[in-house]
Structure formats: C-alpha cells, structure tokens
Design a protein around this ligand. Sequence first.
Ligand code: FE2
Ligand code: FE2
Ligand code: FE2
Length: 164
Amino acid sequence: MSKSEENLKEAFAGESQANRRYLAFAKKAEQEGYKQVAKLFRAAAEAETVHAHSHLRALEGVKSTKENIQAAISGETHEFKSMYPEMIAKAKADGVKQAEVSFDYANQVEKIHAALYEKALAELGKNKEGDYYVCPICGNTVEEKAPEKCPICGAPASKFIRIS
Ligand code: FE2
Ligand code: FE2
Ligand code: FE2
C-alpha cells in the first residue's frame, strides 16, 4: 500500500469519526440550550462527511451496488463472527459492563445486518419495496414493521426510527 493510500484510509477513518462525534456533541449542545453551537456542530459534521466521502472515492471504495453489498456482508460478518465476540469476552473479563452491553448490542445487530444484506443481494433487481425500522437504543434493524418491544433491548415500537 502506498503512503498516500494509507493516509487516505487514516483520513477517512478520522473524518468519519469526527462526523459522528460532532453529531453527538450537537445533541448535547441542544440539550444544554446552546442552539447556535449545536448548529455549528451539525454544519461541521456535514462538512466532515463531505471530506470522508471524498477520501473514500479517492480510495476507490465505492463500487457497483452488487459489490458494495458484498463488501457490507464481509464487514458485518467479520464484526459479528470475530471482532465483537472477542471484545465482549475482554469486556466481561475486565468487568466493564457498559462496554460489554454496547458491544453485545452491536454484535447482535451486525448479524441481522449481514442477513438483511444477504437477502438484498439475492433480491437485487427485483425492485421489492418496504420500510425499515431502527431501534435508537441498540440499533436493531427490522423490515416492514417495528416490533412491539425490541427483542434485543426492550425499547417500545414507538421509539423506532422509520427509514422510508
Ligand atoms: Fe474534515
Ligand atoms: Fe452493521
Ligand atoms: Fe433495541
């Protein structure tokens, strides 16, 4: 890997993280009544996404949808088959409960993501339509209808975010 490719990967990771961090900071600023600061965090977050996407394009990280779904399946599969199980075991051993719960939620949901992507790959081009619902607590991702109670974290259907 060339140094510039390495740099693009590092910059893509950094800009991606900055985007999510700033959105979390914006939410906090909103709660604390700092409307203008919240707006600045959201504006900078948007700009970091522009940078992240630009770096990703320079890395040729966006391919055909079929290839992108395959890449998503392999990423999710790595996460639920090896990355998170190892992290969960370590968090347990270290007695860091919040980390353990956080990893466990993600682990369960990445498995669901892999399955949804597998399904999407099998159905690619069939133009099936329907909404998805996302649990704001654990990230559980569900087709068509929010469950009455999230089977992973117990959140009620009313909390789910609809992706239409
Ligand atoms: Fe940036
Ligand atoms: Fe995922
Ligand atoms: Fe949930």
